[in-house]
Structure formats: structure tokens, C-alpha cells
Design a protein around this ligand. Sequence first.
Ligand code: NAD
Length: 366
Amino acid sequence: MGFGFGIIGCGMIAKFHARAIADIRGAKLVACFDSFPAAADRLAAETGCRAYHKLDDMLANPDVDVVTIGTPSGAHMEPAVAAARAGKNVIVEKPLEITLSRCDKIIEVCRQNKVKLSAIFPSRFHDSSQEIRRALDEGRFGRLTMGDAYVKWFRPQTYYDGGAWRGTWKLDGGGALMNQAIHSVDLLAWFMGPAVEIRAQTGLIAHERIAVEDTAVATIRYANGALGVIEASTAAYPGYLKRIEIHGSAGSAVMEEEDLVKWDFAKRGRRDASVHEKMQSRKSTGGGASDPAAIGHHGHTLQFRDVLDAITKDRDPAVDGAEGRRSVEIILAIYKAAETGRSVELPLASDPTLKARKLDKTAKGK
Ligand SMILES: NC(=O)c1ccc[n+]([C@@H]2O[C@H](COP(=O)([O-])OP(=O)(O)OC[C@H]3O[C@@H](n4cnc5c(N)ncnc54)[C@H](O)[C@@H]3O)[C@@H](O)[C@H]2O)c1
């Protein structure tokens, strides 16, 4: 069975979507749309697909079975909802959206229209993440004690100045956490299970003309009793590989970008030898530590394949809407905890009101 893809939002990440689609046998990029027509024309010229200048026209194309959405983060909902209503399966870039109510709208409309929805978190599909998930399922960590994420990245001021939507609450939905560290927040939530309490501090320390945080620290208490920290920054020159640490009473694993760098368990496991062997040959992709475009597309390829398999077998994609919403909720709780100086309990009953959102107007000079 062949699948036609359409891309909505033809900027930086769309190129990675196009490469991922090209890598999948039986998948073809047939259409693209951008609210800036020249961007769609450019991607179409590069890939050989058809550029559309009206979203409805693209969605009326019966050859489009799946759309991928790479518009700015706070502009994911409208095209996702339109695509679902047109009967297309929907793959949405991270974050699924920037508020819970906007996430919920996407989830609900996809459910009503019986189309598959997946939120893009390519790191989940990397071997190292799958290896940790398997060890967790086998109970190899014993009692989980700590789950930490360190995302000390760097973005120059030109990164924020170069895109009107970057660093705004309205369209970026936050800074180092909502845009950059969300991949790690998602992995932590997947590995450690639900978070129940957050304390946090955030700051805009080394960048100008943005409204959101460039540095954040948070502590987490998980439902299983374990504790953890999240440290995120886009102001840690030159930018280091992101790290996830999972510790328990019977084992520890540390992942640096896509590579496992620690894999120590009290009891030997049948996969340990192959994991240790893999640890000798690091992939060492930059993972966007200092350059957003220095990422690979193989995680996207694996995730797109999962979605196609989910469509074929009529099952939920591995990262469905509810999974995509989890990291957004944790990050919003961090923002609330930082703003109030109080601990915030999860799950959140609704979107927290954030006074910080008002800062957009002054930051970008509007
Ligand atoms: N998974 C990853 O590793 C990864 C990496 C980078 C970006 N992203 C995500 O991808 C999304 C886009 O980021 P980017 O860096 O490609 O941004 P970008 O600014 O390079 O591209 C966004 C594109 O969307 C278009 N656009 C804006 N509003 C639109 C609308 N309503 N309808 C159609 N097109 C519209 C713009 O004209 C632009 O071409 C963001 O949500 C970001 O968080 C994910």
C-alpha cells in the first residue's frame, strides 16, 4: 500500500520531513503548502512535489493520506484541525501545541474524524531510548530513584532575531524548555511515568528582544516516588550534547544525545554485551546542541514508519496525541511554578494563567 504525504509549513524542519519521507519505501511526498507561497514553491522545486498556495486545495487532493505539520509551534492547531476534518492522518511537530486546550482540540478533532495523530518526538525511536525503555519494562533499574535531563544548548542572538515567531509566547510558547528541551522532557515522562509535583526557576539571562526563558531549572517528584531535575538553556556556550540520566536501586543508564554512555546494572542482562559494544561506536550527532539544523532525520523516518504501520494495522501510533500532550503539561507546570515561586501539582486541571505571556509586546517591539 502506498501513502501520499503533504507538508504544511515549508521551513527548516520541513526539509527533514521531506528527507524522512524519501527514505520510506511506499511513501511519497506529493504536496506542500506554506502561508508564504515562495517557501512552498521552493520546497516543491527541491523535492518534485506540488506546491499549493491554499491549504484547502492541498487538503482536497485525494492523493494526500498523511500531512506533517511544521508551522511555528503556536500555529500547529489550525492546520492540524483542518487536515483532520479533511480526513487526513496528522503528524505534528513538537510541541503538539503550546497550551493544553489547543492540544486537546487537535486530539479531539482527530478522534472525531477517526484519523491517526502523532506528535513528533524522534528521540523515542533511537536505539538507546528503546534500550532504556526495555530495561525499565524488565524492572532492571529496581526501585526508580532519579530521572534527570540536562539540555545545555546554545543559540546565538541571531537565531532569535532571525525569526519573528522565535522567543515569543504566542507562537514559540516558551523558550529553552518549550522549544529545545521538550525532547528530553518527553523522554523523561516516557521513562519515569507521570510527574506529580514541580518546583522551578526560570530566567531570561543572556538574550535580548525575546519574551521567554533562555535558562530554566526545575525539580520533579514522580508518581512512583522518584525525584529528578531538568536543566535547560539556550545560553550555555558552546552548547553540549543533551543528557538523560535514569537511576534506580539496581541500575543506572545515562544517555548523551543518542548514545548510551553509562549502562550499569546489579544483575547482568542478555542484551548488556551488545549495548556495551554499541557504546564503543558513538553516533555523536550534534543533536542541535549549538545548531538547530545539525540534526539527523532518521528518528523522523522511524516515527513516520510507525505512523504508517499504525494506519495499516488500525492501532494507535507509538507517540499519539495524549503522549504528545504530556511534555507540554510538564513544561506549563514548570512555567507556573517559576512564576509563582510555589510548587505545582500535576495533573493540571486546565491551562495555567501565565502573566509572562504579556511580555511579547515589549520584547519584539510590537
Ligand atoms: N523535531 C525537531 O527536532 C524540530 C527541530 C526544529 C523545529 N521543530 C519544530 O518545527 C516547527 C517549525 O520550526 P522551523 O524551525 O521549521 O520554523 P521555520 O520558521 O523555519 O518554518 C516555519 C514555516 O511555517 C510557515 N508558516 C507559518 N505559519 C503558517 C501557517 N499558518 N500555515 C502554513 N505555513 C505557515 C512559515 O512561512 C515557515 O516557512 C516548530 O514547531 C518547531 O518546534 C522541530
